[in-house]
Design a protein around this ligand. Structure first.
Ligand SMILES: [Zn+2]
Length: 208
């Protein structure tokens, strides 16, 4: 298995490359920016990109998706409840004072319970609205890992003051869906360091 998580762009969104060393098939989660760097990495590892998975439609997570699709032909997956945010891309770019990236509707919706990922490294979609209405987490049960987007951070939670945000909802999503996962599950958040479900259950001040 190849598993690489690295921050990209001005907001340092964690982008993840997961690949099967045997089949050389890969997925990329949240290619928010630095697409030539991500594409170079895929190429140098000899990987074929199968899916571009987006945890939610904030610019720092989705900004480079269409560019990566153009370079690789891989389809883009995004929960359709975030379509309104996707359509607000120029407003999102204005918040950050950066150029508006091109966007397009996703090829597939990441609906709750859907199985995505690779044959040997499958993931289940967990719909966790609150940070945005279409926020999802990707649970790779065999890897004991969840990619949490901006729903759960080490010691914090995603902000809910942007359009589509809802504080009660994010707390419910974390308690009822993420805290349902085993304690030893590694959490790779959308920003900052990794943590575990058990550690957040015990110490996250927003969830006491
Ligand atoms: Zn976000």
């Amino acid at each position: 298995m190849i598993l690489e998580t690295f921050p990209v762009g001005p907001l340092q969104c964690n982008c993840t490359i997961l690949a099967d060393e045997e089949t050389r098939e890969a997925i990329v989660v949240d290619p928010g920016d630095e697409i030539s760097r991500i594409h170079r990495r895929l190429t140098s590892l000899g990987l074929t990109l199968k899916q571009i998975l987006i945890t939610h439609a904030h610019i720092d997570h989705v900004g480079g998706a269409l560019k990566l699709k153009a370079l690789t032909g891989a389809p883009i997956y995004l929960n359709e409840a975030d379509l309104p945010l996707l359509q607000m891309m120029s407003a999102q770019a204005a918040w950050l004072n950066i150029e508006t990236p091109e966007t397009a509707p996703p090829d597939e919706s990441l609906t709750d319970g859907r199985r995505v990922g690779l044959d040997n490294y499958p993931a289940q979609v967990i719909h966790t609205p609150g940070h945005t209405q279409g926020s999802i987490c990707l649970h790779f049960a065999p890897l004991k890992m969840v990619l949490a987007g901006d729903t759960l951070f080490a010691g914090s939670i995603g902000r809910t003051d942007l359009p589509g945000g809802n504080y009660e909802q994010i707390i419910t999503s974390i308690r009822s869906r993420l805290f349902d996962l085993p304690d030893e599950t590694n959490v790779v958040p959308g920003h900052g360091p990794a943590t575990t479900i058990g550690s957040e259950r015990r110490t996250n001040p927003f969830l006491k």
